[in-house]
Design a protein. Structure first.
Length: 310
């Protein structure tokens, strides 16, 4: 009996140390779960931080991006997030659409990343490490004949950075940037790729219905969209050729080509009124549910992760 007590006494420090280590590991896991939240900040914080960068020097990594215009572009995005524009005849619409998310919920995080990648040529955003190709670094700031995008070098940098980093099956045969690729499959985004970018960059909980080929089986379009809009950010994946048709009865078969951010949805005289962000501004359209279902291929719903939800 005495021998057993002596053995327990000798092992007690080791046992206590084991419990302590377990306790630390458990606490770390709990802290980690609390940290797995969606980063949030305010526009005021972002503008205050940006104002301290007035003496930003030209970047050795982005030789064609003027620092003064770069800062002004970022300032414009903060003051009017809906003004961001993918440019004329480009495949940047998905990158412009997802930019709505950080500019509204975490503008400070977005600005910090943009300044770091500009100064150092590499940076981490969310779960992704970015170190763009030499071709992209040289091309940003040089795009022309793209409308509003011509005078927004920060947006050029941001869009090209995302296209260079994230790849989907549409980019399989065009992975390396060459002049003019902003209009080609190099910059294209499929539905799964869009949702992956939102998860990886901004740490949202993303649920999606629909696909690149098959439409979502939504019975009551208004009820479904109103419910999703009340709890998060909603992106619609649509056929934009048919979206802008004036004659909704002459609808031809199409494929999804465009991402828009849904801002509001209403029922009006047996039709659905949708307000969405697109091409640098708001658009309100009154359409029938039948037509809506024909042009809609995907609905992406992004909700914030909070400590309370864990």
């Amino acid at each position: 009996m005495n021998r057993q007590l002596k053995n327990i006494s000798r092992k007690r420090p080791l046992f206590l140390a084991f419990l302590l280590v377990c306790g630390i590991i458990t606490a770390s896991a709990e802290d980690g779960s609390r940290l797995d939240t969606t980063p949030l900040s305010t526009r005021k914080q972002a503008i205050s931080f940006l104002e301290k960068q007035a003496d930003l020097r030209p970047s050795n990594f982005w030789p064609n991006v003027n620092p003064v215009i770069f800062i002004q572009n970022l300032r414009n995005n903060l003051e009017d997030p809906l003004s961001i524009h993918e440019g004329k005849s480009t495949n940047f619409c998905a990158y412009a659409a997802l930019s709505y998310i950080p500019l509204h919920d975490d503008p400070l995080g977005f600005i910090k990343f943009m300044l770091k990648i500009y100064k150092e040529g590499k940076a981490i955003y969310g779960k992704e490490y970015f170190e763009p190709s030499k071709e992209v670094k040289l091309a940003a700031g040089t795009l022309t004949f793209k409308g509003e995008l011509d005078i927004r070098p920060a947006d050029q940098l941001w869009f090209m950075l995302l296209a260079d980093h994230f790849k989907g099956y549409l980019n399989f045969f065009d992975k390396q940037y060459n002049p003019g690729d902003e209009n080609r499959l190099w910059a294209a985004v499929n539905f799964a790729k869009y949702n992956r970018m939102v998860r990886k960059l901004f740490n949202y909980e993303v649920t999606a219905v629909g696909s690149d080929l098959f439409k979502p089986g939504i019975r009551d379009m208004y009820e479904y969209l109103a419910d999703k809009l009340a709890t998060g950010i909603v992106t619609l994946f649509v056929n934009n050729v048919n979206l802008y048709k004036r004659n909704q009865t002459r609808l031809k078969f199409g494929v999804p080509t465009h991402f828009v951010i849904l801002l509001a949805v209403e029922e009006v005289d047996n039709k659905i009124a949708i307000t969405y962000w697109d091409y640098g501004g708001r658009t309100r359209m009154l359409i029938t549910e039948r037509f809506f279902k024909k042009i809609l291929f995907g609905v992406s719903h992004a909700t914030k992760k909070t400590a309370d939800a864990r």
